[in-house]
Write a protein that binds this ligand. Structure first.
Ligand code: SF4
Ligand code: SF4
Length: 185
């Protein structure tokens, strides 16, 4: 955002996100380590640290309409690198819930299908396999060549593994899922 107008700020939004997420967003000092490490940053309209700044500034509508809150897959890469131990995933999750509760249009069309693929990947491997998620999402939408530049860039930076890595006991992870997941392909 270039310039913030007073009327764009909704007082109380920052405190509400802190309360609901349980994350002290005020601790973020915008070192940008999260954005540098996020494997999906290049597909986002706002970088992870920018999203936090918008929350700090009470820019409710702008952030709840954004695509970045939907593109985040909660992989925790950013949290591992954060010197302030900010749980970005919990913040993004809270923002998504608030966006849906308040009827904001999804900042990324068909994104719920993408999140379904993320959950399916965790069910299969015990953790996310980003390349598989992207491929299955693209196949489902029959969009084979869109965002190729993003995918190639991520591959070249070694942010996409060709093969999935599995947790040692995937069955333990599967116990966290409901019976509805039993027929995941
Ligand atoms: S790494 Fe942590 S402190 Fe740095 S900008 Fe990101 S959330 Fe803020
Ligand atoms: S949790 Fe979200 S913001 Fe953080 S690295 Fe993963 S995709 Fe990026």
């Amino acid at each position: 955002m270039d310039k913030i107008e007073k009327h764009q700020q909704q007082p109380g939004f920052f405190k509400e996100v802190v309360r609901r997420s349980g994350v002290n967003i005020g601790l973020c000092w915008h070192c940008k380590c999260c954005s540098a490490g996020c494997p999906f940053a290049e597909a986002m309209d706002y970088l992870p640290n920018q999203a936090l700044r918008m929350v700090q500034l009470d820019l409710k509508e702008e952030i709840l309409k954004s695509s970045c809150i939907w593109i985040c897959v909660g992989c925790h890469t950013c949290s591992v690198e954060c010197p302030q131990a900010i749980d970005m995933s919990a913040v993004m999750d809270t923002l998504r819930q608030m966006a849906m509760e308040e009827g904001f249009p999804l900042g990324q069309p068909n994104i719920l299908n993408f999140h379904k693929e993320v959950v399916n990947s965790i069910y299969r491997h015990g953790r996310t396999h980003k390349l598989e998620i992207m491929m299955r999402y693209k196949l489902g939408r029959r969009e084979f060549f869109s965002d190729m530049d993003v995918g190639i860039s991520m591959l070249s930076k070694r942010k996409l593994d060709l093969m999935p890595s599995r947790v040692e006991q995937p069955a333990e992870i599967r116990k966290l899922f409901t019976e509805d997941m039993e027929d995941v392909p």
